[in-house]
Design a protein around this ligand. Structure first.
Ligand SMILES: Nc1ncnc2c1ncn2[C@@H]1O[C@H](COP(=O)(O)OP(=O)(O)O)[C@@H](O)[C@H]1O
Ligand SMILES: [Mg+2]
Length: 366
């Protein structure tokens, strides 16, 4: 087991495209870190540089305190699980898991011990004699993980391992991966474009965008305290709402002037934080759960305004209410018993204690 450090690592592909633009990251021993971001932001390239499958243009990668830039992948003591985890079709599950150890000349008893241990962790002990074609997608995915576990590497690297599975199985395997990590505690770097997967699995999430790191932190911290507009919009589903607003000083109190003549007073405890920005255009970011039915809502810092729902989506445990404010699409989460109907005006409350104000030019959260 080991910590992993990235120091100013850059990947420049032929033609001068910088896929990774000098990122720094320290991953602790036993930690489960997820790299998340939209397609093309440099997640796989970063992972492949850690694995040694991609040359590092500049910067340093170290594993367990030793710089590995010039160490070939097979000597880095890592195990990787990909989206396309080709199993050997003619080999049994047992042999699929044992094969890598046989190539490395492990003795038979040790191979058996490791395969049986991995099979127990993954609950595939009954399947060891089967061939891959007689397995379900989820079972194959477990075997692929088993191949990584038997290696007992310093670090596990996963690149979108669940992308080929259907939605239900993906959720199930996500839980399995978390369980496995809680058992083996191997340092893990996991790549996904799916923010839910990132939030649910990670000790710390690394949000990437355009070859850079936007923010690193525990899931709850990224959710409640995003540092940038990008992170605010990327983490959370349905996504955070954004509305252009003007921060104004009116009669000694700060307020937000929204389009369509809506004026919302800034909660007293946010005054010091925002006072220096009075007079500026900002972007108000508010999560759907902080826009709700205003009936009976007298909490301090919560203001209400009228809105006309366009679309109402009952989800069972909640109802999503979509409406437009000055052209911006807004989503609110209502209790399922709230009377929301398309086309009928209702009072909506905005919990500004939970708001984020963003500087439009920099995208920085104020
Ligand atoms: N072998 C390559 N040659 C040139 N450009 C590449 C190569 N591999 C990836 N890229 C580019 O590098 C960027 C990052 O790719 P990648 O790391 O695969 O993104 P992600 O895994 O986040 O979707 C993309 O713009 C991609 O087109
Ligand atoms: Mg990728």
């Amino acid at each position: 087991m080991a910590q992993v450090s990235l120091r100013k690592i850059v990947k420049e592909y032929e033609g001068g495209v910088q896929a990774v633009k000098g990122i720094d990251l320290d991953i602790a021993d036993h930690e489960f870190v997820v790299l998340v971001g939209p397609s093309g932001c440099g997640k796989s390239t970063t992972l492949r540089m850690i694995a040694g499958l991609e040359e590092i243009s500049s910067g340093e990668v170290s594993i367990g305190g030793a710089v590995v830039n010039d160490i070939p992948p097979r000597d880095r003591d890592i195990a990787m699980v990909f989206q396309n985890y080709a199993l050997y079709p003619h080999m049994s599950v047992y042999d699929n898991m044992a094969f890598g150890l046989m190539l490395r000349k492990f003795d038979k008893g040790e191979i058996r011990r490791r395969v049986e241990n991995a099979a127990r962790i993954l609950d595939i002990g009954e399947l060891l004699a089967r061939k891959p074609k007689a397995l379900s997608g989820g079972q194959r995915q477990r075997v692929a993980m088993g191949r990584a576990i038997v290696r007992d590497p310093k670090v596990f690297l996963f690149d979108e391992p669940l992308s080929n599975l259907d939605a239900k199985l993906r959720v199930q395997m996500r839980t399995e991966i978390k369980k496995v990590h809680q058992t083996v505690r191997t340092t893990t770097v996991y790549v996904t474009h799916d923010q839910v997967e990132a939030m649910t699995l990670a000790d710390r999430v690394v949000v990437m965008n355009g070859g850079n790191i936007e923010q690193v932190g525990p899931p709850q911290e990224l959710y409640h305290h995003p540092a940038t507009r990008f992170v605010a919009g990327f983490i959370g589903s349905p996504a955070m709402n954004f509305l252009p607003a003007r921060l104004e000083n009116g009669a000694g109190a700060l307020r937000l002037n929204l389009p369509d003549g809506i004026v919302l007073p800034v909660p007293a405890e946010r005054t010091n934080r925002y006072a220096p920005h009075a007079g500026k255009e900002v972007l108000l970011g508010l999560r759907p759960e902080h826009l709700t039915d205003a009936r009976g809502d007298n909490r301090p810092g919560v203001s209400s305004f009228q809105a006309v729902p366009e679309v109402v989506e009952p989800m069972g445990m909640e109802t999503l209410v979509h409406f437009k404010l000055h052209g911006a699409e807004i989503c609110a989460r209502f209790n399922p018993d709230a009377p929301a109907e398309p086309g009928r005006s209702l009072a909506m409350s905005a919990d500004l204690n939970q708001m984020h104000l963003i500087e439009p030019a920099s995208g920085r959260v104020l």
